[in-house]
Write a protein that binds this ligand. Structure first.
Ligand code: BGC
Length: 513
């Protein structure tokens, strides 16, 4: 929904708040407030904000190599070389987080910034110092660091050995994780090992656009899937055995959960298969009672592989030992959620849609957007808030009464736009669904906006903006300015509810708080 600007800024803001409250009015009850202890935060990732791509001896990642290649240099002519320059401007990020009153800031560590060769033979003192300072200054500002070890930035040296399709990655990731814990676990108590296996494996290898730009949809997504599970488990177990007693923190993996609905009641079973294929493959091995792949996915992959003439399933089996190694390796359920899709069988002659739920090639299904969807700047992400509540309930139904942490949720806009009413509206409506799911009994303990600041949105470049804070990419200092959504989020945090006194945003805008 887009709210009209009336006459003058103030009036527009008041109207926005009025409409927002009216909109919430129907489903809204005064009980729907965030409980004490609920944590609010915002997230970024290293390649998307840091810049300093080769500063102080940082090694190249697969993204540096990709955007420096001749084939990709014409792509908007944009790279993450400077991005929001958070490698130098990180104090501005801490200030933004503090201004909004965030409880935590989720950022990621660049593997090749800490380990330029990808291995622990060379540790970069500058890289170590960079994150150390960031952590210290966040803590001094009363903001908890939530640290992701891997947000798509593989050192090229490891890619050249096959990256996530080579089982060697399990030990290499373990080594890297151990080193990072040894540096920061005294000050960081919430860890996310790997961000979005489905992007690293399925999105990457099915299309061959994301780094490392290898298109091999037959085996690579599934080999990668297995190794992501094992690498995560390795990092979890290292924390558990070597750091937990001293540091007492928590570790999980952040999966991207697309909610899948059936187009017609006949597609109910297909929708569930779709969820298992996209969510279950990255969650079931860790969170289910039985461990291993979701049984329906395993069966599907066996049948598809047999039909294709393979003697074994393209989904590689876990040994019993591996199953046990992965099972139970999370202290909470961390999920990124943006959107909902509808699923139906592909018609004769129709190519199966293979966007996010990349298994739809195996499922022989097509994804559609919910009818009447509205959009931000990305037409692959329809806005459909009710899907979020259903998804959260599904997680509980599948994996039991697990603690749920929303590690990403947000909306893209484009161009210069400090008056991001559409983002205010998106965040409000999605947070409302979180509250409703909590009323249903889902144990959600935290919520994270993607993103703290505008950043490099991969192949969508700099014109696609996810930030609560706008970044001026023309300004050498990459100055940051709060959008309306930043004020809104700050007011939600301050009042711990989505409905707050209208004066809150005004006072923030006038610099009075
Ligand atoms: C990823 C981010 C990305 C965001 C918006 C998430 O799936 O973790 O890296 O910027 O989506 O597309």
């Amino acid at each position: 929904m887009r709210l009209q600007r009336i006459v003058g800024e103030d009036r527009a803001i008041r109207t926005n708040i009025y409409l927002r409250n009216a909109l919430l009015g129907t489903a809204w009850s005064s009980r729907l407030e965030f409980p004490p202890g609920f944590q609010f935060g915002a997230a970024t990732s290293s390649y998307q904000i840091e810049g300093g791509w080769d500063a102080d001896g940082k090694g190249p990642s697969i993204w540096d190599r990709l955007f420096h290649s001749a084939a990709n240099s014409g792509y908007f002519n944009q790279t993450g070389d400077v991005a929001a320059d958070s490698y130098h401007q990180w104090r501005q990020d801490v200030k933004a987080a503090a201004d909004m009153g965030l409880d935590f800031y989720r950022f990621s560590i660049s593997w090749p910034r800490i380990l330029p060769t990808g291995r622990t033979n060379v540790v970069s003192p500058a890289g170590v110092r960079y994150y150390s300072q960031l952590i210290d200054v966040l803590l001094a500002a009363g903001i908890k660091p939530v640290v992701t070890l891997y947000h798509f930035e593989l050192p090229v040296t490891i890619q050249d050995l096959g990256g996530w399709t080579n089982p060697l990655i399990v030990d290499l990731f373990g080594e890297y994780a151990r080193l990072v814990y040894s540096l920061y676990a005294d000050r960081v108590d919430t860890w996310i090992t790997i961000n979005e296996g489905i992007v690293i494996c399925d999105l990457t290898y099915n299309f061959g656009q994301f780094a490392p730009q290898i298109k091999e949809p037959t085996f690579a997504p599934f080999l990668c899937n297995k190794h992501v599970m094992l690498a995560h488990a390795k990092a979890y177990r290292i924390y558990d055995e070597e750091f937990r007693a001293k540091c007492g923190g928590k570790v999980s993996i952040a999966n991207n959960l697309l909610w899948v609905e059936p187009v017609t009641p006949d597609d109910l079973e297909l929708a569930e298969l779709g969820r298992q294929h996209s969510i279950g493959r990255f969650s079931h091995p860790i969170f289910s009672k039985e461990g291993g792949w979701p049984p329906t996915t395993e069966k599907l992959m066996r049948a598809v592989s047999r039909r294709e003439g393979y003697s074994q399933s393209r989904l590689p089996a876990f040994t019993d030992e591996e199953k046990k190694f992965v099972q139970g390796t999370a202290d909470f359920f961390s999920l990124n959620h943006y959107t909902t899709s509808m699923i139906r069988p592909a018609r004769a002659g129709e190519a199966p849609g293979t966007w996010f739920i990349n298994g739809s090639a195996e499922l022989n299904a097509v994804l559609e957007h919910p009818p009447g969807s509205t959009y931000g700047a990305l037409d692959i992400m329809p806005i459909y808030p009710p899907g979020f509540r259903r998804l959260l309930n599904w997680v509980r139904q599948q994996y039991g009464d697990v603690e749920v942490f929303v590690s990403e949720n947000g909306l893209a806009t484009s161009g210069t736009n400090l008056e991001d009413h559409i983002r205010v509206d998106y965040l409000t409506r999605y947070m409302e669904q979180v509250l409703l799911a909590m009323e249903d009994g889902v144990r959600v303990t935290g919520y994270t906006v993607w993103s703290l600041i505008d950043n490099f949105e991969w192949f969508d470049g700099y014109n696609t903006k996810f930030g609560l804070y706008e970044v001026d990419f023309e300004d050498p200092a990459r100055s940051r300015r709060p959008r309306l959504s930043a004020h809104h989020y700050a007011c939600v945090i301050k009042h711990r509810r989505l409905k707050y006194p209208e004066s809150c945003v005004q006072e923030r805008r006038n610099g009075r708080r």
